[in-house]
Design a protein around this ligand. Structure first.
Ligand SMILES: NC(=O)c1ccc[n+]([C@@H]2O[C@H](COP(=O)([O-])OP(=O)(O)OC[C@H]3O[C@@H](n4cnc5c(N)ncnc54)[C@H](OP(=O)(O)O)[C@@H]3O)[C@@H](O)[C@H]2O)c1
Length: 257
């Protein structure tokens, strides 16, 4: 059997980087992308020991860069049969602090990049007769987050897209799921903690310790723990799992479902 070809957007740090590693360990051939050439080069170098990985600097907000990335992945690794639609996080802030540019940027970064990348890889999945799509998201799909209006709007929108597409694509053996993070220890979470600590006039380390003890599991999750769920959802064993929105949060958000 030929190795699946996976495209992991925003795959050079944090969640995306861990997902790329997980897929390589599962025998996928993996393409990663993010804006910085340096980040792409470093990540490809670090991941290289796990398997075949390539990378191209790409801003997922840019339609032509995304199209170029998919084209290069196809020509270097083969048709894309697994897509992980990840991206950077939207601008932090409540409604009053956001301007038109913030809204447009988050729309392109956190919703349109998902729509566009799915559109670009669907022909490959259709030709292959199956495919796996996973979008990453935030616990704001279940409960709005204080001071993160853009996340509260665009993550549920992606969740809606996932549900919508899962039904349409199930007959073609293409699954579509969403995996959302509730405090996984990455650079972004460290930055957010720093900002929140400053606002509260608290020491950053003390703030972090408090925040971790507020998670029922008593700690933040690791990127590898998040990536493990993505690895399962793109595996052959998950062929009957579609349209699901899974939260990896150590019990942080106690909502139903
Ligand atoms: N960690 C959590 O607990 C948590 C919770 C809720 C939601 N999330 C969401 O999950 C996603 C990943 O989070 P993370 O914690 O892994 O963030 P992170 O540590 O800040 O990493 C972000 C990654 O995205 C890339 N990136 C940023 N903007 C991009 C763009 N326009 N085009 C292409 N790549 C871009 C970055 O590389 P470059 O700088 O090289 O572009 C980097 O590789 C984010 O959307 C975040 O909001 C995470």
């Amino acid at each position: 059997m030929t190795a699946p070809v996976s495209l992991v957007l925003a795959g050079t740090r944090g969640l995306g980087f861990a997902i790329a590693g997980e897929l390589l360990k599962r025998g996928h051939r993996v393409a990663i992308a993010s804006r910085s050439e340096d980040n792409v080069r470093d990540a490809v170098e670090q991941l290289g020991s796990y398997g075949e990985v390539i990378g191209h600097a790409t801003d997922v907000r840019d339609e032509s860069e995304l199209a170029g990335l998919v084209e290069r992945t196809r020509s270097e690794l083969g048709p894309v049969t697994t897509l992980v639609a990840n991206a950077g996080g939207p601008t932090v802030g409540g409604f009053e602090s956001l301007d038109e540019d913030d809204w447009n940027s988050a729309y392109q970064l956190n919703l349109l990049s998902v729509v566009r990348s799915i559109r670009l890889v669907l022909p490959d999945m259709r030709a292959a007769g199956s495919g796996r799509i996973v979008a990453t998201g935030s616990s704001s799909v279940r409960r709005p987050l204080d001071g993160l209006t853009l996340s509260n709007v665009f993550r549920p929108a992606v969740n809606g897209l996932v549900k919508d597409l899962a039904v349409q694509l199930a007959p073609e053996r293409i699954t579509v799921n969403m995996v959302s993070a509730g405090r996984i220890d990455t650079d972004r979470v460290r930055r957010l903690d720093q900002v929140r600590a400053e606002r509260a006039g608290l020491d950053a380390e003390a703030f972090r310790a408090n925040a971790q003890s507020a998670v029922p599991a008593g700690r933040y999750g690791t990127p590898d723990e998040f990536a493990a769920m993505v690895g399962f959802l793109v595996s052959p064993e998950a062929a009957y799992v579609t349209g699901q929105s899974v939260l990896i949060d150590g019990g942080l958000v106690p909502t139903l479902p």
